[in-house]
Design a binder for this molecule. Structure first.
Ligand SMILES: [Zn+2]
Length: 67
């Protein structure tokens, strides 16, 4: 996990950037990103940031809910 081969494009639909990260598609559930691909998806720098932001927000919401 983490580093991927060069020349892979971001899996987010409509994005043409070069991917920096690979993730399992399950991890993107709840991130709000529309991706193509089956089990493994690739994210560019921008979308990885977006993914991290989205999932962080989810965790914060959970924390508030359980307080
Ligand atoms: Zn992208």
């Amino acid at each position: 996990m983490g580093k991927i081969e060069k020349g892979v494009n971001c899996s987010v639909i409509g994005c043409k950037n070069q991917a920096e990260r690979s993730l399992s598609k399950e991890k993107l559930a709840g991130s709000g990103l529309s991706v193509s691909g089956d089990r493994r998806v690739y994210l560019c720098h921008e979308h990885y940031k977006e993914y991290k932001k989205a999932t962080k927000k989810d965790r914060e919401l959970d924390r508030v809910r359980f307080r």
